[in-house]
Design a protein around this ligand. Structure first.
Ligand code: FRU
Length: 486
């Protein structure tokens, strides 16, 4: 028998039970995508952190695995990354059977409670059986605390410029870049960010990678840094910088940082190491520290975004990071009969029935400058998305979208996303609606908003209002069912 739990995401990853936050150790090896994650197996709120584990062939359908890493005398196991040590630089495996090496933060509660500020250090562990069992390195910690209260979230990758390992760490208000030949001995090379970016809260979960600007041979480096609080719509969010990396130091000529996602529920996102064809695939935690521990789910708490492909694109004279569901997402998308042509006169509206409710992908091309869309259900819950190209903004309103009163920070007001660089003419709008989330992708992922919602029933109608002076005509409106992966 199959029973739908209230709010359980049907096509996003969530643990079967208990608390999850950040994605950790995203790595591809031997035809499998691994997803580790911050996990507390004993409760639905945050606690002594472990690494949960799941594997997938396509990043859509996941197989749950036993807990990979548990706290030990050095502390809780906080966020980090996994590399495959192909050259056996650490000596844990062989070149024929290379070790997976996890690099993570130890958070030592005893030292924190004792009032010290050196309680975060970095440790490593290895697996020779594709992540099923792990051995912690006896020489842990491999990076000691330099006297920085927040000192965590190592992202390690193979640095082709220096032929060595590079580790990004966050230390409160900046990123540190460390280097190693063997994953055991590390040396600090540079720092970035004290005078750049958003500093409304501490920096967390860095990531950095090279990308070709689409359609050119120009390579730029992208640095992701989560910050909490300090996101434009409140609480947790992920900013990015585009720049250059000489193997040791990252620099940016960007005047202002930008944001990966302007909704309220995409945090601590990082990308896969070793993904095939040099693809950059990103996944974030669909929540926000302002209310994450109070969301109204029961057996579990925490869901990931759909995996998203990152691309760098020139729009006008600016380069921007786009994020958009990976191609494999389409494997879950069932065929659907498209709606006939929709025509709406200025100031008028049209109500469309939603056949698949909160398990759908809605897609269409929008040409007029100003529209508002409402999702409705029979209990009167309503969720509104207004795309106001004339005012260069999107307004997202979940204040009446269902359960919102579990925490006053969940929906104190509307959300606004500025879209200063949105092109004229037809643009694509994609909305992924699952039981407890809406992901909005505008113009192929140029502007994205990810938000949790907790409606009391499926949304069964979508009203489109034409707030433009010209007639609205949509020729390709389609609502697809998205097959469950759960
Ligand atoms: C980000 C974060 C990380 C930390 C982890 C602890 O959400 O605060 O900085 O490693 O969560 O669970």
């Amino acid at each position: 028998g199959y029973f739908i739990e209230p709010y359980r995401a049907q096509y996003h990853f969530s643990p079967e039970e208990n608390w999850m936050n950040d994605p950790n150790g995203l790595v591809y090896k031997d035809s499998l995508y691994h997803l580790f994650y911050q996990y507390y197996p004993d409760s639905t709120v945050w606690g002594p952190m472990h690494w949960g584990h799941a594997v997938s062939e396509d990043m859509m359908k996941w197989k749950h695995k036993p807990v990979a890493l548990s706290p030990d005398k050095n502390g809780y196991v906080f966020s980090g990354s996994v590399v495959v040590d192909h050259k056996n630089t650490a000596g844990f495996g062989t070149t024929d059977n290379p070790a997976m090496v996890a690099v993570f933060t130890y958070h030592n509660m005893i030292r924190e409670n004792a009032g010290t500020n050196d309680y975060e250090t970095q440790g490593i562990a290895y697996s020779l059986d594709n992540g099923d069992s792990w051995t912690k390195y006896e020489g842990n910690p491999v990076v000691k605390n330099p006297g920085s209260k927040d000192f965590r979230d190592p992202k390690v990758f193979w640095n082709k410029i220096t032929e060595s390992w590079t580790m990004l760490l966050v230390a409160g208000d900046h990123v540190q870049i460390w280097n190693s030949l063997n994953l055991k001995e590390w040396e600090k090379g540079s720092e970035f960010g004290k005078n750049q970016g958003a500093h409304g809260g501490i920096w967390e979960c860095p990531d950095m990678f090279p990308m070709k600007i689409e359609g050119t041979d120009e390579v730029k480096w992208v640095l992701l840094v989560s910050v909490s609080p300090g996101a434009p719509n409140g609480g947790s969010g992920t900013q990015y910088f585009i720049g250059d990396f000489d193997g040791i130091t990252f620099t940016t000529d960007q005047v202002e940082h930008k944001w990966v996602d302007l909704g309220r529920d995409n945090y601590a996102g990082v990308t896969y190491n070793d993904a095939p064809n040099d693809e950059r695939v990103f996944m974030g935690w669909m929540s926000n520290w302002e209310y994450a521990q109070d969301t109204p789910t029961e057996a579990w708490r925490g869901t990931m975004t759909v995996p998203r492909k990152l691309t760098l694109r020139k729009v006008g004279n600016e380069v921007a990071l786009f994020n958009y569901p990976i191609r494999n997402f389409e494997k879950q998308v069932a065929l659907a009969y498209p709606e006939s042509i929709i025509e709406i006169l200025p100031t008028r509206k049209r109500i469309l029935p939603l056949k698949y409710g909160n398990q759908s992908k809605i897609q269409f091309t929008l040409s007029v400058p100003n529209t508002q869309m409402y999702f409705r259900n029979k209990n009167g819950d309503s969720l509104s998305v207004a795309i106001e190209r004339d005012k260069k903004r999107v307004i997202f309103d979940r204040r009446k979208s269902g359960k919102v009163d579990f925490n006053e920070n969940f929906s104190p007001g509307i959300q606004q996303m500025k879209i200063p660089n949105i092109p004229e003419g037809p643009i694509e709008v994609v909305m992924l609606l699952d039981h407890s989330s809406l992901e909005l992708f505008i113009n192929g992922g140029q502007y994205v908003m990810t938000n949790q919602i907790f409606p009391s029933e499926f949304f069964r109608a979508l009203t489109i209002v034409n707030n433009s002076k010209e007639k609205l005509k949509i020729e390709d409106f389609t609502e697809h069912k998205v097959e469950r992966v759960w």
